[in-house]
Design a protein around this ligand. Sequence first.
Ligand code: SIN
Length: 493
Amino acid sequence: MTQLNIDQVVEQAFAGAQYGQFINGEFRPSASGKTYDVTNPATGQVLMTVPDGGASEAQAAVDAAYAALPAWSATPAATRAELMRRAAALMIEQRERLATIMTLEQGKPLTEARGEITYAASFLTWFAGEAERIYGEIVHNSAPNKRIFVLRQAVGVAVLITPWNFPAAMLTRKMGPALAAGCTVICKPAEQTPLTALELGRVFKEAGFPAGVVNIVATSDPIPFSDTVFADERVRKISFTGSTEVGKLLIRNSAATVKRISLELGGNAPFIIFDDADLSAGVAGAMTSKFRNAGQTCVCANRIFVQRGIYDQFAEMFAMKTSAMKVGNGLLPDTLIGPLIDLQAREKIERHVADATAHGARVMLGGSAYPDNPSGTFWTPTVLINVSTDMLVTQEETFGPVAPLIPFDTEEEVVAKANDTPFGLSGYFYTRDVSRVMRVAEKLEFGIIGVNDPLPSTAQAPFGGVKQSGLGREGGSVGIDEYLEVKYVSLGI
Ligand code: SIN
């Protein structure tokens, strides 16, 4: 794509756009007057300049969300649901523009960005339905002169902190259940990707959400924001998606005012291909899981275990098909692998590949930065063979397009190796043996299991991890519980 074309896309996508902090239903500059640049990871160029929120924006957002809470939580569920469905419909109507902005600031291929907008809207429609199904209970009485009622009510003001890899869907996966439950929200998108989030703020305004129900604070420095909201008693709930390291810090910070906290943290997903699997489906599945968003997802295959009898054949097919994947700017129609989010991401990949080769792994494909690479953020899809579980690439989340193939002999051995990690977000396996499906699914210590399915994420299923991959679940019928308090009323009569 020529520079001129990118400039045109940028001009069209941002025509008339003026970004501000979205607080109490209006877009405003930051009190300090500070701004920061949002860059395109595919070119390294500045895309837009946005106001830089700090403690005072965090405070204003809490004030607005707290003021809006009584009316919003008392709004009939059907009305809340209608507004949510309207926002979802607007997102779909504006999908092309929203997806283009996402690709510009995040880098993912446009087809994936379009898919993400649809996926993001689905959390609003799913939870609009759930809003109408929040039930209480009447329990049989403990004495003749008593009656027992159990109410489920909105937790209160919720702060939603989201990552850069899914700038729309991770927001709505939290906003959907929060708004459905009757909570008001303050969203803090990742520093790298505030534009999609601020666009969603505009969508919620257009849909007719009352002022203060949805607030969005964009900031280049999360610390003043987070110190302010964590210290504020009026904030009752924190939901965070990001690294395990930051998640642990947030658990500590939430202790001072005993906030409820949900965490969706890092993963180290095993992807197991047994020798009875449909090999082509296994290869295609491993590629889908591994290379979605250039390998920058918490649920992507991080360790690909292949049973020894089919190892060479699998590796050959996998490398051959992977070599045909087009790397490039996500705006180009045939791009399958876009840039990494930044140069730090590339350094991690370089470290993992160097460590693996130093310990005996062999590079079958790629292994280095992509040659045509103005921003330095493109990495050639890489296949490593003869990988063992003592290598860094299998112990840490690589978060890039690097596929380490690890041979194994028995089911027992691979289950033990797959579980040998402090993380437990998602795990996958391919087999045609029904008994094995049940055996292995029950033994794998992960919150999400894909059996012959590389993409299990969907609004109607619970998403979340065990061990150090998180607390709580997003999505599914249980997702709304994270935003509801249980209150017991005992009535003497
Ligand atoms: C993530 O990687 O954090 C989310 C991916 C998904 O929703 O499938």
